[in-house]
Design a protein around this ligand. Structure first.
Ligand SMILES: NC(=O)c1ccc[n+]([C@@H]2O[C@H](COP(=O)([O-])OP(=O)(O)OC[C@H]3O[C@@H](n4cnc5c(N)ncnc54)[C@H](OP(=O)(O)O)[C@@H]3O)[C@@H](O)[C@H]2O)c1
Length: 166
């Protein structure tokens, strides 16, 4: 499994339940990478999607609510149940897509993290762990992405679990 996330300079990922940065190139890359695969997410992130489940992908939503039912969604009650549901899948086609609680719970089960690093600071209330400060993760590649419509420079980074790189 791999994680994919869009962050600010301080690794902020959310503000008042939404993304802190609008970045269309990041959205297109997200679709290109995840299409045809499985996306694993928290209930709150799922509920920010205006069109319901992400099309062309298997949608797995984590919630403690036993009665949670949504068309096109497989509900799981724990990180362990999510891992068990995807155990037969090609690992690189399974994507952890947030939010913070689900990233925190399942990051140790990921091999790579695809980070869009937006070179800006804005107040955020939800954060991804700073991988530059975490010796378990190494920066594998970084590619300039250009600038957003609002002139914010960004890059696409890939981090890899250090022990898997040995
Ligand atoms: N920048 C990015 O790339 C990115 C990506 C995704 C999300 N986000 C942002 O992240 C924020 C949302 O993050 P969040 O952490 O508040 O919410 P979240 O992780 O999307 O969802 C949290 C919910 O997931 C369920 N959950 C979490 N851990 C669980 C566990 N161990 N077992 C069972 N269920 C569990 C619970 O659902 P119940 O309450 O139903 O039990 C919990 O309330 C938003 O601002 C969103 O825009 C940013």
């Amino acid at each position: 499994m791999n994680a994919i996330v869009s962050v600010t300079r301080e690794w902020g990922i959310g503000r008042d339940g939404h993304l802190p940065v609008r970045n269309r190139a990041d959205m297109r890359r997200f679709v290109r990478l995840t299409m045809g695969g499985t996306v694993v997410m928290g209930r709150k992130t799922f509920e920010t999607f205006p069109g319901g489940p992400l099309k062309g992908r298997r949608n797995i939503v984590m919630t403690r609510d036993d009665g949670y039912r949504r068309e096109g969604v497989e509900r799981v009650a724990s990180p362990e149940e999510a891992l068990s549901l995807v155990s037969a899948e090609e690992p690189d086609s399974v994507w952890l897509i947030g939010g913070a609680s689900v990233y925190n719970a399942l990051l140790p089960a990921c091999t790579r993290v695809y980070v869009t690093m937006n070179d800006m600071s804005v107040p955020a209330d939800t954060f991804f762990p700073d991988l530059d400060e975490n010796p378990d993760w190494v920066l594998e590649s970084e590619e300039e992405g250009g600038t957003t419509e609002k002139g914010i420079a960004f890059s696409f980074r890939t981090y890899r679990l250090a022990k898997a790189a040995e």
